[in-house]
Design a binder for this molecule. Sequence first.
Ligand code: NAD
Length: 262
Amino acid sequence: MDLKLTDKFAVVTGSTAGIGQAIANSLAAEGARVVVNGRSQESVDAALKQMDLGDQAIGVAADVSTDEGCQTLLDRATDVAPIDILINNAGIFEPKPFEEITDQDWQKFFEVNVMSGVRMSRGVMESMRQRGWGRILFIASESAINIPVEMVHYGMTKTAQLAISRGLAKTLKDTGVTVNSVLPGPTWSEGVERFVKSLAGDGDLDSVKKNFFAENRPASLIQRFAKPEEVAAMATYLCGEQAGTTTGAAVRCDGGIVDTCF
Ligand code: NAD
C-alpha cells in the first residue's frame, strides 16, 4: 500500500527513543521528512546517528513540557517547511502509590503528557486547515481506559488526551485534517524497561519481565510486550492518505487488554 507520504513533513515529539523513534523511522521509510525531538542536543544527535536517515531527518532539542520548548520546536520545524503531520508522542510514566503522588507530580505529568500536545496542536492547526490537509495523532494508551492503580496520575493524562483528540477532531470538521489517538498496550521501549526495572527493585529483571503479564496485566490477550515498530505501523497508517475517513477515533493496538470489542 502506498500511503502517499512522500515529501510530507512530520514532527514527532519525544522521538529520540522508544515508540516515538519507531514512528519517525516508519514515516521516513514511507518517504516523509521527519523532525526528531528530544530534550537534549546530545540525545538528539545520538538518535540521528543511530537512525541514519540523512537529509530526511532534522534534529531539534526542545523540552515540550514547556510553552517555550514547544515554540522552539514549532519555529525550527516551520523554518524548514509547513508541518503536515504532528505526532504528539512525548510522555512520561512512573509507578507511584496514589497517596505519594504530590501536587508537583500531578502538574508535571499534566505539562509533559497533556499540555505538550495541546500547545503543539494549537501551533499547527491553522496552517493545516488553510492547506486543507493534515494529520494529528496523540499517542495515548490503554491506560486511558484501564486506569492503572500503580500510576493514577498517568492514567488521568491519557484519558485527557482522548478528550482533547476527539474535541480537536470536531473543531477541525470538514477541513481535510484528521485527529486521532492511538492506544498502545505495554510496549517494550526504553521507558518501559526503566518502569519494569523499578517494579523489579532488587529482583531479577528477566523473571519480572516474564511474569509481568501474569501478575500485572492478566487481561492482555497477547501476553507479551508489543514492539515499538508494531505501534509505529498503526500510527503510520493513520497518517496516510487512505486513512482519511478515520478521525475523532481512539484506535487500539493494545494487545486486546481493553475488554470491549468497540
Ligand atoms: P520512552 O521513555 O521510551 O521514550 C520517550 C521519549 O520522549 C524519549 O525520547 C524522551 O527523551 C522523550 N521525552 C520525554 N519527555 C520529553 C519532553 N519533555 N520533551 C521532549 N521529549 C521528551 O517512552 P515510550 O514508552 O516510547 O512512550 C512514548 C509514548 O507512548 C508516551 O506518551 C507513552 O505514554 C505512550 N505509551 C507507551 C506505552 C509503553 O508500554 N511503552 C504504552 C502505552 C502508551
